[in-house]
Design a protein around this ligand. Structure first.
Ligand code: CP
Ligand code: NVA
Length: 303
C-alpha cells in the first residue's frame, strides 16, 4: 500500500491487515507498551473542513508513534489562496514523510498523491471517509470477533460514510443493506462496485433494510459543506432515523455505530444514542488505533 485514498483501492487483505495491526496497537497502548515506529518522521494534517476526532487522533497517534504532526489549516496555507494542489504536493513532499488531508473533492486527494512523492491519507472528502470506516470495522469485529457473514445496515444520506461503509463492508465479507431517499443514494461508482455482490441491497425503506441486521449505522443528514441545504434535508430525511421502532427490526442486541458528530432527534434518538454510547465512543476511540495502523503501514521504513 502506498496511500489510503479510498477503500475502493484496497484489497481485502490490506483492509484486514490494517485491522489486525490496529488491534495490536490498541493492545499495546492499553498495556503501556511503546514502540516508536515513526521516530523522526513528520506528517502534515491539512484541514479544509472542521474536525475534532480526526485532528486529535492523528496528532496524538503520531506523537505516540514517536513522530510529529503538523496541523495545517487551509485558512493559513497558500492552498487556501489558490496555490495549486500539484505544487503544494511537490513542496510538502520535500519536508514531510506523509500527508493527511480533509477536503471537499476526492480529486484533490488523488492529485496530492499523484504529484507528491510521500504517502497520502484521506481524512474525509465528499466522496468517502476511509479512516472512519476502518475504525467502524475494527469496532464491529471487536464485538462479534468476525466480520464475514454479519449484516450491516446503513440508514440515511448516501454520503461519504455510506460510500465507505458499503465498500468496506462488502470487501470484508459483510452483507450490506442501505436505505436512503431516492434522490440521496450513494455514489454511482460505489453502486457500480456493489452491484456484483449478491449480499448488497439498496432501498428507500429503513424498516426493510434494518431487518435482521447485526449492526445499524447512520450519519448526519447534512454533511459539512451542505449547510445551505439543511432545511430541505430535514424534511426529506424525516423517516430515516435510528429509533426504537427501527431497532425492533434488527437482531436482538444489535450494535449501533455513528461516526459523530451526532444530531440527536434527527438521524438518531437520544434514547438509542445513550443506550449504545459505549459502542459509539469505542468507535471514536478506535480512530486513534486504526489511524496509527495506517500511518505505520504507509510511513514506517521497510526493514
Ligand atoms: N467522525 C469524524 O471524522 O469526526 P471529526 O469530524 O470530528 O474529525
Ligand atoms: N458525513 C459527515 C461526516 C462527518 C465526520 C460530513 O461529511 O460532514
Amino acid at each position: 500500500m502506498k496511500h489510503l485514498l479510498k477503500l475502493l483501492d484496497c484489497s481485502t487483505e490490506e483492509i484486514i491487515g490494517l485491522l489486525d495491526l490496529a488491534d495490536q496497537l490498541k493492545y499495546e497502548r492499553k498495556n503501556n507498551i511503546t514502540h516508536h515506529h515513526l521516530e523522526g518522521k513528520s506528517i502534515g494534517l491539512i484541514f479544509q473542513k472542521s474536525s475534532t476526532r480526526t485532528r486529535v487522533s492523528f496528532e496524538t497517534g503520531m506523537y505516540q508513534l514517536g513522530g510529529q504532526a503538523l496541523f495545517l489549516s487551509s485558512r493559513d496555507l497558500q492552498i487556501g489562496r489558490g496555490e495549486p494542489v500539484q505544487d503544494t504536493a511537490r513542496v510538502l513532499s520535500r519536508y514531510l514523510d506523509g500527508i493527511m488531508i480533509r477536503t471537499f473533492e476526492q480529486k484533490e486527494v488523488e492529485d496530492l498523491a499523484e504529484y507528491g512523492s510521500i504517502p497520502v491519507i484521506n481524512g474525509l472528502t465528499d466522496f468517502c471517509h476511509p479512516c472512519q470506516v476502518l475504525a467502524d470495522l475494527m469496532t464491529i469485529r471487536e464485538k462479534y470477533a468476525v466480520l464475514e457473514g454479519l449484516k450491516m445496515c446503513y440508514i440515511g444520506d448516501g454520503n461519504n460514510m455510506a460510500n465507505s461503509l458499503i465498500v468496506g463492508g462488502l470487501k470484508t465479507g459483510m452483507k450490506v443493506s442501505v436505505a436512503t431517499p431516492d434522490d440521496y443514494r450513494p455514489h454511482s461508482k460505489v453502486l457500480e462496485f456493489a452491484k456484483d455482490f449478491a449480499d448488497f441491497t439498496l432501498c428507500n425503506e429503513p424498516m426493510k433494510a434494518a431487518e435482521n441486521a447485526d449492526v445499524i449505522i447512520t450519519d448526519t443528514w447534512a454533511s459539512m459543506g451542505q449547510e445551505d441545504e439543511k432545511e430541505a434535508r430535514m424534511k426529506v430525511f424525516k423517516g430515516y432515523q435510528i429509533n426504537d421502532e427501527l431497532m425492533s427490526a434488527a437482531k436482538e442486541g444489535a450494535m449501533v455505530q455513528h461516526c459523530l458528530p451526532a444530531y440527536r432527534g434527527q438521524e438518531i434518538t437520544e434514547k438509542i444514542f445513550e443506550e449504545h454510547a459505549h459502542e459509539i465512543f469505542e468507535e471514536a476511540e478506535n480512530r486513534l488505533h486504526a489511524q496509527k495502523a495506517v500511518m505505520v503501514t504507509l510511513m514506517k521504513d521497510k526493514d
